[in-house]
Design a protein around this ligand. Sequence first.
Ligand code: GLA
Length: 638
Amino acid sequence: MQDQRTLTRLPRLALIPLLLATAMSHAATDPLAPTAHWSAYTAGRASTPPMGWSSWNAFGTNIDEAKILGSAQRLVDSGLAAKGYRYVNIDDGWAQRRVIPDGRLEVRTDQFPSAAKGGFRPLTDKLHAMGLKAGIYSDLGRNTCSQAYGGDDPNLPKGSVLEREVGLYGHIDQDIKLFFSDWNFDFIKVDGCGVRAYGADSPKVRSGQFRALTPVLDLESVTRSNIPAVQAEFDQINAALKRNKPDGDFLLSLCVWGSGDVRAWGKNFGNLSRTSDDIRPYWTRLLSNYDSVARRELYGHPGSWNDPDMLFIGAGEFDANHLVEARSHFALWAILNAPLMTGADLTKTPQALIDIFGNADIIAVNQDPAGNQAVLAYDADDLQILVKQLASGDKAIAVFNRGFGPIDADLTAEQLKFRKDAPVTLTDLWSKEQSTFTNETKVRVAPRETKIFRVHGTRALAQGVYLSEQPGSVNPAVDGVTTPQADPTVFRSSNGWTGSKGPGERPMYAGWGGARADSTPFNQVLQIGGKQFTTGIGILANSRLEVRNHGYGRLSTQVGVDDSAHDRTHAVTFMVYGDGKLLAKSKALRWGQAAQALTADVTGVKVVELVARSTGGDNGMLPVTWGEAALLGTGKSD
Ligand code: GLA
């Protein structure tokens, strides 16, 4: 998206505080009451992160049939399609006009000749015949991002003001029917510029080129976003998908770039949710996008993945002259369960980069069926170690040098939650070299390098799994955040399209205080009554976690108010429910008190719920800890 920061400031919206909205929608219900079900999004077809190709990074709006089919053919010929890269997504730039008065959308037939008859159906038929899936792009508003930011781009829709309104607004059912029933697409990306950039006082609207639509999203400030309005539109899109794609073979990709606190709620509305603004082919931009998901491990699950944007491998600092950076980009996106969407012109992509996309061992890390996003086991500004629990019980790890200088990183069995007296075997997923260590070892990482390994060892917790090892099965249904605040841990890169005039990049993605694995919500080590916990879930009070139980018999944890809490007065009660039934309850616990052990028999239970209820205080932002929370016994997959 170009020129975002030149946007005129949005009019201050009637503020709809989250609290009020929540209170209204749950007027009669208690959000902490157990529901006995998993509430994160599971519709559509995204049990593992989608893989494929998208036109945007390589071509922008300058797309045509030959380019789309050329990259699709390379996906097939290179063997990438067989490895899982199936979605071929047409991004912004395909629409010619909306026919008035019937409202039917027309494709740019000068660029897509086969669309002259039957719209996109001939093209999707071709892609399907190649064994691929087809994706399309639209917008929540009346107009798209390139119309908002594309200047005098010749590829934009043509005609009158109304004819150029090619976004979903006011046409949701009609367009979803066209895309999915008539044209047979399998994927839709829904952008948000149309509900962000067309305020009555914006230059585009004032020039008479576009109708005004009151903005409901503001990337720079969560308080200036109307979250319920955005959610209501995604609800309508979902209802239309249900009506028009009843077999459920679709993917819904939310693209509101981390604005409007979507990092907290995107998981309830679609299969993918963008957590940040657009990636660019620069290292520092990679850091921003990576950071926007790296501490959101509990907000991504099978069916509802965090999306740090498409891969930019093949351009700029990720081209064939920058293989260290390109490999890091791929390894990090893979271990974070990001969609693996290549964004290069594959007809020209050198084999060295095709080999990166085609690394089957790293793809397997991304596509692991347990769907656990990696958790930060070591976290510093220059070095991070990410650990991802795989379905087999092995781990995948990434040792990530963010780029300041070479580092000899220590890697310990404890960071892996493995026994320190038993051998641990590392397999380097780039070189395939194997090595074995006991207790600890050193891993050398060059600046900007990511070493990625598959790791086999002996679990410290022999019979069971820590909840922080399986974030894909833990959903913070209510995370206790009442006042969304910008997350200060996201790297603030200069964005590369507006220069450095103005006040600079401020923290802007809400999410600070969200639930975390092995950390408090404010990035501290977990600690109750002076006792540290290396494993556990950190969350705010007045929260409810849903946990899928894969056949375990007992839940065990040590609970209390975290020592990092400012509030030293209010008490918190911890409750464990099994399929809606209360199984265990703590005393009312205050700051400084020792952790209380809680156990519950969860035999046969499908969904365990962990509720922490406080008597008030500190504006609700009271960190609590489910220390050493684990499911014990013999687990098995559903
Ligand atoms: C926004 C999105 C991008 C791309 C463009 C198209 O900027 O974030 O991914 O879809 O719109 O205009």
